[in-house]
Design a protein around this ligand. Structure first.
Ligand SMILES: NC(=O)c1ccc[n+]([C@@H]2O[C@H](COP(=O)([O-])OP(=O)(O)OC[C@H]3O[C@@H](n4cnc5c(N)ncnc54)[C@H](O)[C@@H]3O)[C@@H](O)[C@H]2O)c1
Length: 332
């Protein structure tokens, strides 16, 4: 499949497409642009993936030659670069996380420059914030003092994106995602993973041991909102994007105790206990919420899910999965 760059429909390559965000973003992009227009890529061999629903290529994003080869072969016009090591996992092997997060971004930005791509999406994170940020709600232009290698890579990444935009005219757009909550794919090693795991454990075992303390409030967002925000940002006319770094986007802010109360409204026997680990100190360095006036002003950002609707939606999707599993176990 070789595409004509002048055609109207973009040809989109997604890296890290099998991860928590990629799983849903690829489906959403295919809905909008068509199945064949979106090439999903990740580390896995296609032969090991029976559930592929469109074009897929194995790609280690550190392999610059193979990346360039795919861009040229498919006539790629946009890249959504999602492959990365997340905050908690990054602390286990900081130099490896730095190498993956930075070198992969530079490979993508170089490809965008050399192949004159129309647009690039690269997610930043609330991990760019640190202790000097207002604890309650962090403004767009807060001083960035990240405490993790992941946060440092996101801060540096924001600067590299600005550099390629300024010096080479690469149209790279970015959001500082908060912790994302979804039912399709497991969370990938971040500090906010508890907010996904708690649903699975509640339905499977009726209890959850949380690695953060009960009153740790963090910025969060339901995946439907995150995907919608991403598409909205990427479709906005370039001239309305006044914030040329990564946009803050806010949605939810809650603590493990508040999420547990909401879960108990649906599952009255659910219990939660607490046993904090190293992730607590990462969470302590992040704000409880973010201020997103700029995103609302420039491209009309509005979240749709609150704690109540997010919890109900997660349970609607996951309850049948665990019911079916227990029926299968009972039969076998
Ligand atoms: N999930 C969140 O809560 C969250 C919050 C803020 C920012 N983000 C950012 O969004 C992006 C995607 O996050 P996610 O949650 O989907 O992560 P994830 O860990 O679920 O998925 C990452 C994917 O990248 C792939 N990958 C790893 N190394 C690779 C390599 N060398 N080459 C190609 N693919 C490779 C993995 O196989 C995996 O499928 C990341 O940049 C992350 O920093 C995520």
């Amino acid at each position: 499949m070789k595409h004509d760059k002048k055609q109207l429909s973009p040809v989109i390559l997604v890296t890290g497409a099998r991860g928590q965000i990629g799983t849903e973003l690829v489906a959403a992009l295919r809905n909008v642009y068509g199945r064949e227009q979106v090439i999903a890529t990740d580390l896995h061999d296609a032969a090991a993936l029976p559930d592929l629903e469109g074009p897929y290529r194995q790609l280690n994003v550190l392999d610059k030659d193979e990346l360039e080869n795919l861009v040229a072969t498919y006539g790629v016009t946009q890249i959504y670069h999602l492959a990365a090591t997340l905050s908690a996992k990054g602390e286990e092997a900081p130099l490896k996380a730095w190498h993956l997060n930075m070198q992969s971004l530079l490979n993508i930005l170089e490809a965008a420059k050399d192949h004159k791509l129309d647009k690039v999406f690269w997610p930043s994170s609330i991990a760019v914030f640190g202790p000097s940020t207002a604890r309650k709600i962090s403004p767009q232009n807060a001083l960035l003092d990240p405490q993790t290698v992941y946060g440092i890579s996101k801060e540096a990444g924001e600067q590299w994106c600005a550099y390629y935009r300024e010096h080479y005219g690469v149209d790279v757009r970015s959001l500082r995602y908060p912790g994302l909550i979804s039912y399709s794919a497991p969370a990938g090693g971040g500090t906010t993973d508890y907010a996904v795991a708690i649903f699975h454990e509640a339905l499977q075992n009726g209890r959850y041991e949380c690695y953060l303390s009960p009153n740790t409030a963090l910025p969060m967002m339901y995946m439907d909102d995150a995907v919608r925000a991403t598409l909205q940002l990427m479709n906005a006319p370039v001239e309305v994007l006044k914030e040329r770094g990564a946009y803050n986007i806010g949605a939810l802010s809650f603590t493990p105790a508040q999420l547990a109360v909401e879960l108990k409204n649906h599952l009255p026997d659910f219990t939660i206990s607490y046993n904090t680990d190293k992730r607590q100190s990462i969470a302590n360095s992040w704000p409880a919420g973010v201020e997103d006036t700029e995103a609302r002003r420039d491209w009309n950002w509005h979240p749709e899910y609150d704690l109540v609707t997010m919890t109900a939606h997660m349970l609607d999707h996951l309850t049948p999965v665990y019911k079916n599993n227990s029926n299968t176990a009972a039969v076998s």
